[in-house]
Design a binder for this molecule. Structure first.
Ligand SMILES: [Zn+2]
Length: 117
C-alpha cells in the first residue's frame, strides 16, 4: 500500500481516538487506559503531529479540509462503493490494478478512499 495512504488511514484512526476520548464517559476511559483521558489526548495529539509531518503537504491539507467538512476524510471502498457518500465507483476505477498503490479520492465526494480486499 502507498505510504501516504497508510499514513492518512493512521491519521484518521488517531483523530477517531482523540475524538472518542474527548466525548466518551471519562471514568470508563480511565480504567481502560491506565492514565487520564486528558493525558492520553496530549500523547495522541503529539503522535498525530509527528505522523502528519510525514504526509505530503498536499495530502495533509486535503485531509484537514475533508475532515473539517465531513468528519471522516478517509473511507474504505465496500462492494465498489465509497463508504463516505455511497456512490458506486466507475468500473475502470474499481478494476484498476493500482488500487492502494497510489492515493485515490472518490470522484463524487473527494474523500480519500482505499480498498480492504
Ligand atoms: Zn464518496
Amino acid at each position: 500500500m502507498n505510504n501516504d495512504l497508510k499514513r492518512l488511514i493512521s491519521l484518521h484512526d488517531l483523530d477517531v481516538m482523540i475524538s472518542d476520548l474527548q466525548n466518551k464517559d471519562i471514568r470508563k476511559q480511565e480504567k481502560k487506559l491506565g492514565l487520564s483521558p486528558a493525558a492520553a489526548v496530549v500523547e495522541l495529539k503529539k503522535m498525530r503531529g509527528e505522523l502528519a509531518l510525514l504526509i505530503t503537504r498536499r495530502n495533509r491539507n486535503m485531509y484537514d479540509q475533508l475532515a473539517s467538512h465531513y468528519g471522516n476524510a478517509v473511507v474504505p471502498v465496500i462492494h465498489e462503493r465509497c463508504s463516505g457518500c455511497f456512490t458506486q465507483l466507475p468500473t475502470a476505477f474499481v478494476a484498476s490494478p493500482d488500487r492502494n498503490k497510489q492515493v485515490e479520492t472518490c470522484p463524487a465526494c473527494g474523500r480519500f478512499i482505499y480498498w480492504c480486499d
